[in-house]
Design a protein around this ligand. Structure first.
Ligand code: M6R
Length: 608
């Protein structure tokens, strides 16, 4: 996790670094720091807590003069969030400063070796090893020292480095953690993610694994680990800064909830042409699609929940067996894969460590990998055989909303494409599904109009200790997501259960007043779930239901009802998720929590 930035140019570096770090705070926010080169000396400030503490401490950066520097916002992995463990980290003579995102897996071994040579460590971090190792190998050439250190480190790292002896240079290094370099008329920059530098430039170089960049005020040179110069082409970023700003909303999460109609439209429109599903980036012939014997969907968190929906939709529609696995499990369970297996890796960030490792495991076994990814140029996008980009735009809030919704849309499109090729749906059915898919954005807008009602209802649960979500089939898949959304931002314990499973243990947790959210959108399962609702109500549960508009009879069995507009039964989760997202948001808001930055979490989980 963690966010890094670097700047070298004509302007004062510290305000630029603070500005960039503010855009990266979603990556970690337990401490922050900066190091700036000034008059042949590196000066550093770091502070525990949110970025505003560092801002206040440096008076907006003004107390840290100098035009070349590096900055960091941390999500602690090694060592608790303290000033000492905050980045940057230094060598003993404070002549080399390092900021790091990633994990150095062999740091203990390296640390022991360095200590035996007399190096003294002050922090508990793995990063400090890098600073001392650089010191050990530095004999005047930063590039030489960096490559030697790269040869010795195992794990993942995106680094920003400054050397006191080279005050007109900053260095960037990347392996398995994201890092970009931007060239602008105001100077050159490095960052973990595009929004951090978008104010200065749209011209961005995506660094590849084991690449090094040397930035001066007016030049950028790239090298490989053998110190050979590399030619790299910049990418023009098409979206602008407003996409990464709150735009009048109190929290990014609410803005992103409201951006869902557009995100879904942007994801589906380019793939619907003349009444057909066209997914060129799939890179598969109809024959290859017909030969798929099995699909694995691998992902983490909400992306995994999108995968659970994908399983029901792909199996139901295209009649292909689908297994959904948590990436952290898949990567270690020696899965049975072959060339006829399609592995779909879903990830908003494209940098999730477990998902990336699962991708590599599947690739090594010869399967074709399709990435469903939001961040262009991310590791999963680059390593997958083919990439289906979800065009959700930048998602800043730690709790995913619009990226999740576009993942659902991507899975529907894939299922429709596969079904059409394999002949499991007719052309007429496809035409009708396309129409229903295209209506989803408008229907979501309609549902967003109920936010006041949901807020009033949510306010009744601010003191709840536990909230349960139940559903069957696709309704179970969306219950998983509703429950995660609620618990991650409200800190209320919540669990999702397949409604039919309640009787096998969980129902003993239901007592007078226990809130239960029941989702019933699948017609053939409606009566079954109603029975489960009756069972929990009999035991005192307070029930909110999310169901189709034709089921007004549900009111007999519920304390609060959210009706969904009519859609294809495979697409209901795209609608059901809206009240669940709003419910989670308003409960967290009502509890006075920082909705966008829940405790202990970070947006991009680049460590195992
Ligand atoms: O970037 P990814 O989609 O790979 O991230 C996966 C999960 O970490 C992510 O969905 C997480 O569960 C979110 N906080 C959920 O809102």
């Amino acid at each position: 996790m963690c966010g890094i930035v670097g700047y070298i140019g004509e302007q004062q570096a510290a305000p630029v670094l603070l500005d960039g770090l503010a855009k990266l705070e979603y990556r970690g926010y337990d401490s922050a720091g900066m190091a700036v080169c000034d008059n042949g000396e590196i000066r550093m400030v770091k502070a525990t807590g949110r970025l505003k503490v560092l801002e206040a401490l440096t008076k907006g950066g003004s107390t840290l003069p100098g035009t070349a520097g590096i900055g960091h916002t941390r999500w602690a992995t090694h060592g608790s969030p303290t000033d000492t463990n905050a980045h940057p980290h230094f060598n003993g003579s404070a002549s080399i400063a390092v900021v790091h995102n990633g994990i150095i897996e062999n740091y203990q071994k390296l640390k022991r070796k360095l200590e035996s040579r007399g190096y003294h460590f002050v922090s508990e971090t793995d990063t400090e090893v890098i600073a001392h190792l650089l010191d050990r190998y530095y004999t005047g050439s930063p590039l030489e020292a960096i490559t030697k250190v790269m040869h010795r480190m195992e794990g993942s790292y995106a680094l920003g480095i400054i050397f006191q002896d080279h005050p007109d240079e900053i260095y960037a290094v990347r392996k398995d953690s994201p890092l970009i370099v931007g060239k602008s008329s105001a100077g050159n920059l490095i960052a973990s993610d595009v929004p951090a530098i978008l104010k200065y430039t749209r011209s961005v170089y995506f660094m590849e694994n084991e690449e090094i960049a040397k930035l001066t005020r007016d030049d950028i040179t790239f090298y490989n680990i053998d110190e050979e110069e590399l030619e790299k082409e910049p990418t023009e970023i098409s979206w602008d800064l407003s996409a990464a700003e709150k735009g009048g909303y109190d929290y990014f999460m609410m803005k992103e909830i409201y951006e869902q109609p557009k995100a879904i439209t942007d994801t589906i429109s380019p793939r619907i042409r003349d009444g057909k599903i066209v997914i060129e980036e799939l890179g598969m012939t109809d024959e290859e699609i017909a030969q798929i014997s099995k699909i694995y969907i691998v992902a983490c968190g909400s992306a995994y929940h999108a995968g659970v929906t994908g399983k029901y939709v792909l199996e139901g529609m295209a009649r292909i067996p689908v297994e959904v696995d948590l990436a952290s499990e898949f990567r270690y369970r020696n899965p049975i894969l072959d060339e006829q297996t399609l592995v779909i890796v879903i990830s908003q960030s494209g940098e999730t460590a477990d998902s990336l490792a699962a991708l590599r495991e599947a690739k090594a076994k010869g399967s074709r990998i399709l990435g469903i990814v939001n961040v262009v140029g991310s590791s999963i996008a680059r390593e997958a055989d083919n990439v289906f980009y979800t065009w959700a735009g930048p998602e800043i809030s730690v709790a995913t909303t619009k990226a999740y919704s576009t993942q659902l849309a991507a899975l529907y499109l894939l299922a429709m494409k596969f079904s059409n090729v394999r002949g499991t749906i007719t052309n007429e059915e496809l035409t009708s599904m396309i129409e229903q898919l295209q209506q989803l954005p408008r229907q979501i807008e309609f549902l967003l109009g109920s936010h006041d009602r949901i807020q009033k209802f949510a306010n009744r649960f601010l003191a709840a200790d536990h909230i349960f979500f139940i559903g069957r089939g696709l309704d179970y898949a969306i219950s998983l997501e509703g429950s995660l959304k609620l618990k991650e931002i409200s800190y209320i314990h919540s669990e999702a259960y397949a409604a039919g499973e309640l009787k096998h243990g969980t129902i003993s947790l239901i007592e007078d007043g226990t809130p239960v959210v029941a989702v019933l959108t699948q017609e053939e399962l409606y009566r079954k779930t109603i029975s489960n609702i009756q069972e929990v109500r009999t035991r005192g549960a307070f029930v909110m239901t999310v169901t189709n508009a034709n089921h007004t009879d549900v009111e007999k069995n519920a304390d609060f009802v959210m009706y969904l507009p009519e859609t294809n039964s495979y697409f209901t989760n795209s609608l059901a998720v809206i009240p669940l997202q709003l419910f989670a948001y308003y409960v967290a808001l009502g509890r006075g929590l920082d909705v966008d930055k829940p405790r202990n979490l970070a947006k991009s989980v680049t460590v195992e």
